[in-house]
Design a protein around this ligand. Sequence first.
Ligand SMILES: [Zn+2]
Length: 371
Amino acid sequence: MIHLPLMKHLKLYFLILIATTLPGITLVFAQKETKAFYSKDDFYKVKKFDTHIHINTEQTAFIQLAKADNFQFLDIVDDRPFGLPMAEQQKIAFLHLKTYPEQMKVATTFPVKGFDDPDWAVLTINNLKNSIREGARTVKIWKNIGMDLRDKNGKFVMLDDPRLQPVFEFLVKNKIPLIGHNGEPRDCWLPLDQMTFSKEYYGSHPEYHMFLHPEYPSYEQHIAARDNLLKTYPDLKFVGAHLGSLEWSLDELAKRLDLFPNMRVDLSRITNLQLHTLRDHARTRSFFMKYQDRLIYGSDRAVNTTDDPEKLKKGIHEAWFRDWVFFTSADRITLPGFGDLIGLQLPVNVIDKIYYKNAENWLSESAGLKF
Ligand SMILES: [Zn+2]
């Protein structure tokens, strides 16, 4: 009688024998083991995660597209003073979550209304508990902190304000990650002719152009307040939206990633990343290699009731595909107004991390809450 482990060895021996005798089969094995980079076709095959999506409609065209393009996504609720109110965004998010639990996760938030009331923090924490019980995995804090909210004395409330601390302590204690959209791109504080990408937007929205409003906190004050928060709560799992608002300098971003081990950033300022690549390909690529566990794909796409479903699907699909080409291939890519660059062509294992595994790790950290 042949011993069982020996049987296994014999099987392996025969496999190798067949593989080496039949050239076709050898080729298949070799390809599978040595594939270094993904192709364009792999876009459809590889499991991906977009961690920055805003769904403002009960329509499901976007979700159908996400399925077809092999994307899961994080639907982020914001406390925005315009568009669909926060409560409505959240209702829609949980409605979709019930129907498509495999396709998506939800990031909740909290309103700043009544901030001066003594029980604001207690009420806010109770609301967060309810949202998390309902299925939210993470909490978003938006730029209204620092850019809009003022206390009863007219003073701007910054991210490191002591009155926000009970909320952060609750998040740390329960291991709930926080997404921070803090401040704006640095362009917002520069004169129009010194801006990189935002000239058109701020040119037509002078009310948001901080260069014209020196009474508002400076760019540096926003970044310092965020850094203070991370210093105060080293255990807070933090994801800086939009490259942590440090889109203009990979060196400045690297400094923070070195300083704060629990900080990650989403990549939803891709044109800035393309400009870094155009200016210094090797340096940008090595940034991605070094911080491959801390960078998370996100596109910051909004989906509204007024969108034409077919146009919406086409637009988002094309943008997703363009990003895939930039990260996975060495194709020539045109960055309008700046010139041509060569794609980053990151290795398969790095793409798997920034497109899926890092998001999965981040969002599974908040599982198993007990309260
Ligand atoms: Zn957003």
